[in-house]
Design a protein around this ligand. Structure first.
Ligand code: 1JT
Length: 259
């Protein structure tokens, strides 16, 4: 991405880098190119090495913290780590979601209680948990952002339990924005078009979905992770100082089309 100084002097944390194709990684590179100082989290020791390897390719040293968002103690420890390393932060990027594969493939009415609650906990509640941790660190206000998908508002084949979790996530964005606005903290979501990442791989019919979207979207193609990163840099920067509680589509226009 083009180097800018849009985020010069800003510090932030990215949750959800899994590998080099991750949207979270494209966002991290975009933030770094824009001059931000970054910290990262990894879910567990097994995933630490991959995040370390990627982060070592960035020009600056970046602190890494373990953070399984289903564990309140780890979320609190992340807050302490960020406070120790950075003193204060300016942005937080939440790129986390999980659902059991079987819940993405069965009919929605077959969703188990356990699978439903798991998807909600990891993909939706975690935004509230990390926002509560981050708010006191955002001493000059800040920007919190998350990733969502159109399946939150349309019944998209196979998206199922994730669609319901993303609906709760988008609603959480609005309630968090309303709650944290008086502290100068903005909360927004980017609704990305489908992209061939690890999260999407193995989902039956995903290649078909990419083709159909490219055919119907106004821009006649799929969106790239770098384009999602562009919107993320904008949302972390002062250029978006008047935007909060919003869902911004970065989907080549697919969501606006009727037939
Ligand atoms: C998860 C997965 C969250 C895949 C995800 C996701 N958010 C977007 N995708 C990609 C996707 C998936 C489907 C889709 C469109 C995009 C995998 C499990 C972890 C959570 O259907 C049109 C099914």
């Amino acid at each position: 991405m083009t180097k800018t100084n849009l985020l010069q002097g800003k510090k932030g944390v990215v949750l959800g880098v899994a590998n080099k194709r991750s949207i979270a990684w494209a966002i991290s590179k975009g933030m770094s190119d824009a001059g931000a100082e970054l910290a990262f989290t990894y879910q567990n020791e097994k995933l630490k090495g991959r995040v370390e390897d990627l982060v070592s390719t960035l020009p600056a040293e970046c602190p890494l913290f373990p953070c399984d968002v289903t564990d309140d103690e780890q979320v609190a420890a992340l807050g302490e780590g960020l406070s120790r390393n950075f003193g204060s932060i300016d942005f937080l990027v939440h790129c986390l979601a999980f659902a059991n594969r079987e819940d993405l493939e069965c009919g929605f009415s077959q969703t188990s209680r356990e699978g439903y609650l798991l998807a909600q906990e990891v993909s939706s509640y975690s935004l509230t948990a990390v926002s509560r941790m981050a708010a006191p660190l955002m001493k000059d206000g800040g920007s919190i952002q998350t990733l969502t998908y159109l399946g939150s508002e349309r019944a998209v084949k196979n998206y199922n339990v994730m669609g319901v979790a993303k609906a709760a996530l988008e609603s959480s964005v609005r309630y968090l924005a309303a709650d944290l606005g008086e502290k100068g903290i903005r909360v927004n979501a980017i609704s990305a078009g489908p992209i061939n990442t690890l999260a999407a791989r193995g989902i039956s019919g995903f290649t078909d979905i990419l083709g159909q979207v490219a055919e119907r979207a106004p821009l006649k193609r799929n969106v790239e992770t770098e384009e999602v990163a562009g919107a993320a840099v904008f949302l972390a920067s002062d250029l978006s100082s008047g935007i909060t509680g919003e869902v911004i589509y970065v989907d080549c226009g697919y969501n606006i089309v009727g037939l």
